[in-house]
Design a protein around this ligand. Structure first.
Ligand SMILES: Nc1nc2c(ncn2[C@@H]2O[C@H](COP(=O)(O)OP(=O)(O)O)[C@@H](O)[C@H]2O)c(=O)[nH]1
Ligand SMILES: [Mg+2]
Length: 243
């Protein structure tokens, strides 16, 4: 694909020290390409955020360095929100997706998210905490943080959702071009939704199952992430602009 061509769907994949999971990711993304091939050209943008293991080598080994697969590297770790900003700057698709590189949401679920945009959404979000969603094998302490945060946001955010924390999403291009966010870490996922809702974008939840990761460990720093969420909730309650 030449630089001037526009991909129809871009998939931004933040990765940090995920070497062991890259073969599984390759299989998942091959399935996605097959399922979404009618939507036209797809591109995959891996944002390697200062990995210190062999993640970058594994990405280059498993994904052909064509125009459809790009690896963008941060020299040092900046966080998943910073990785989204980098990925969004490079994405050319009319639809821009973000996914977990550990395949804790099965990549083929992107098809449901893209279909949700076609039925009128501006943002489609995987929602394990929706009554029809599900969670399999995720440690309780990890789940507790996300569930508590989503419970809290649901009460104070401009739009009531069941899940504000998943990063498995599809956005219409205009959303990533017009919604700004400041957070560098996991809180950015919630911040994007809150800011998009304030700007009047339509958010659609798609019930989905969150699975335990098969390789590696969660990168979330629980205490730091909880603090960032609490700070954002405080600013929502006091009606200050978080931006
Ligand atoms: N680029 C980047 N990606 C990250 C960072 N932290 C986590 N990720 C990626 O974000 C996704 C979700 O992170 P994960 O560790 O699985 O967190 P959890 O599933 O919420 O416990 C995975 O693809 C990670 O590789 C980071 O600091 N930078
Ligand atoms: Mg995970």
């Amino acid at each position: 694909m030449s630089k001037s061509d526009k991909a129809s769907i871009s998939v931004v994949v933040p990765v940090w020290n995920e070497e062991a999971g890259i073969p599984q990711l390759r299989e998942g993304l091959a399935q996605v390409q097959e399922l979404l091939r009618d939507y036209g050209e797809m591109e995959f943008i891996f944002v390697d955020d200062g990995s210190t293991d062999g993640t970058q080598r594994a990405l280059h080994r498993h994904f052909e360095p064509t125009g459809n697969y790009r690896v963008i590297a941060h020299e040092r770790n900046q966080g998943v929100g910073a990785a989204f900003r980098t990925g969004f700057r490079h994405a050319r698709g009319e639809i821009v997706c973000t996914i977990d590189s550990d395949c804790s949401y099965r990549p083929r679920g992107l098809q449901l998210l893209v279909q949700a945009l076609e039925s009128g959404g501006d943002i489609a979000v995987a929602s394990p905490y929706h009554p029809q969603g599900g969670v399999e094998g995720v440690p309780w302490w990890r789940l507790a943080l996300s569930k508590c945060c989503s419970w809290g946001y649901r009460r104070i955010a401009p739009v009531p959702l069941y899940t504000y924390t998943s990063i498995f999403r599809a956005y219409r291009r205009r959303v990533i071009e017009t919604v700004s966010f400041q957070g560098n870490g996991f809180v950015s996922a919630s911040e994007i939704l809150v800011n998009a809702a304030r700007q009047g974008y339509r958010i659609v939840e798609v019930p989905m199952t969150l699975h335990a990761r098969k390789t590696g460990r969660s990168k979330m720093k629980v205490a730091r992430t909880a603090r960032a969420h609490l700070q954002m909730m405080r600013s929502l309650i006091s009606k200050e602009s978080y931006q």
